[in-house]
Design a protein. Structure first.
Length: 208
């Protein structure tokens, strides 16, 4: 349990997490520790879609042992999506970083995978804000100092309307934008509530 052991971790909004049923957990993504942090603080089993190359590192044994799902990001990985759909079909929870890769954490763009899974499984979407996993102003590979503060804030679950009408491609675009907007708004609210800035933000005077 790396993140909660080495850092000052706090989670909030746990009561908002549905106790059962198919759930697509979406989070902003700015630091390497986002995945471990959310996994360790989530109140029910969680299966993240994880970059396939990580399974070829020393972390691979741990990732496989905890049921994480390898995915190739360069292409639409049907095998990974099928594995995620199987988890949802049995009422489980799947974790996705809609941004696709580490960035500012502000959720300015989103890939379609998370919305696709939510629609296919008729699953609820749970937005999560992961804060403090990267030094403010630091590069995407930077790690925060030991014992520094991290926050995981679980938001209100929501559903994506599956009766959007129009061509399939346009429906998926709108569904993805609905998910992206819901997550981005939750992240902004979590930043305001906790006082923890995102990597590209200017931290409050008290935190400089």
């Amino acid at each position: 349990m790396l993140a909660p052991t080495l850092y000052a971790v706090r989670r909030s909004g746990v009561d908002r997490v549905p106790a059962d049923g198919p759930l697509v957990v979406v989070s902003n993504h700015s630091g390497f520790l986002d995945g471990p942090l959310i996994y360790c603080t989530f109140p029910r089993p969680l299966h993240f879609l994880v970059k396939r190359s990580y399974f070829e590192t020393p972390f691979g044994v741990l990732l496989r042992g905890t049921g994480q799902i390898p995915i190739s990001q360069a292409t639409g990985d049907r095998e990974a999506l099928a594995a995620a759909r199987a988890v949802l079909a049995r009422g489980g929870a799947v974790g996705v970083f809609p941004e696709g890769t580490r960035g500012s954490g502000q959720v300015e763009q989103a890939e379609q995978g998370a919305a696709f899974l939510a629609l296919q499984a008729k699953a609820q979407v749970l937005p999560v804000a992961s804060l403090g996993t990267r030094t403010t102003g630091g590069g995407r590979d930077s790690w925060p100092r030991l014992r520094s503060r991290m926050e995981v804030v679980f938001g209100e679950p929501f559903r994506i309307d599956d009766d959007l009408g129009g061509p399939g491609r346009e429906r998926m675009r709108r569904a993805t934008e609905t998910l992206r907007t819901g997550l981005a708004e939750h992240v902004r609210a979590a930043v305001a509530a906790t006082g923890l800035a995102l990597p590209g933000d200017t931290p409050p005077p008290s935190l400089r």
